[in-house]
Design a protein around this ligand. Structure first.
Ligand code: ARG
Length: 271
């Protein structure tokens, strides 16, 4: 009887000991992800580097306004990061699977995207414009009726074109904005709808291509770019705080002037 009791106590103590050991193990294995939250681990940032002047490849490096802004913000936040050129459509998939921790890619903050992702505070104001060959009779967005339009797939350019002209084969979707513009040069589409700064940059850098930018504020609303995160990411608060500091310190204006040659309208970012 006494022996049996003893045996039971030994068994219980042994079980307790094993349970405790297992506990210790599990806290140990969870520590690497714990250190990520403390900011010791590299943050992976995705982009689609075919969107000059925001992000594009130059001599094997990703450069652009977004790249400089990201660097300033991450330094301010004390976060170690790596910027990866993953492409446009894959960027959103990689955010959902949390393969990447955030994205910066001239991404417009939209209500639809906000259902799936979180955004930083707005950092750039933009609008859609029409890119056509010089001398084209198109004067505004309504003139696009009956034309074939090129857009980058799943962008606000596609959305704007479909809103004006309805969905269908007249809207040709391309993997990058650059390919859409190539198609315009080749005569595969009559016009491209894309973000204003991107259209302006292309025309400025390629005067020989004889393209023209048409603005139509009546048909194309203001858009605001934000850095994007998986929903409920802890990074958002840190990035927002750092972004505000980068704006307040004048660093934002410095980067803006480097890429756009003029002072930014910071008040306009407050919407
Ligand atoms: N602003 C547009 C959007 O969010 C186009 C962005 C495309 N960016 C890029 N890096 N390709 O839909």
């Amino acid at each position: 009887m006494l022996n049996m009791k003893k045996g039971l106590i030994v068994a219980v103590v042994a079980a307790l000991f094993m349970a405790l050991a297992a506990c210790g193990k599990s806290t140990e294995t969870s520590s690497p992800s714990g250190s990520k939250e403390e900011g010791n681990q590299k943050i992976t940032v995705g982009t689609d580097a075919a969107f000059a002047p925001f992000e594009y490849m130059e001599k094997g490096k990703i450069v652009g306004f977004d790249v400089d802004l990201l660097d300033a913000v991450m330094k301010e936040a004390g976060l170690d990061y790596e910027l990866k050129n993953v492409g446009w459509d894959p960027l959103f998939a990689a955010l959902q699977s949390k393969e990447i921790d955030m994205g910066i890619s001239g991404i417009t903050i939209t209500d639809e995207r906000k259902q799936t992702y979180d955004f930083s505070a707005p950092y750039f104001e933009a609008t859609q414009v029409i890119l056509v060959k010089e001398g084209n009779p198109v004067k505004n967005a309504l003139d696009l009726k009956g034309k074939t339009i090129g857009v980058q797939n799943a962008t606000t350019g596609q959305e704007a074109a479909e809103k004006l002209l309805g969905k269908g084969n007249h809207i040709k979707k391309f993997e990058t904005s650059v390919v859409a513009i190539m198609e315009l040069l080749n005569g595969g589409v009559d016009a491209v709808v894309t973000d204003n700064a991107v259209a302006n940059e292309y025309v400025k850098n390629n005067p020989d291509k004889k393209l023209q930018v048409i603005e139509d504020p009546q048909n194309f609303a203001s858009e605001y770019y934000g850095m994007i995160f998986p929903k409920d990411s802890e990074l958002k608060a840190k990035v927002d705080e750092a972004l505000q500091n980068v704006i307040d310190s004048g660093k934002y204006a410095e980067i803006y002037k480097k890429w756009f040659g003029k002072e930014p309208n910071i008040e306009g970012l407050k919407q």
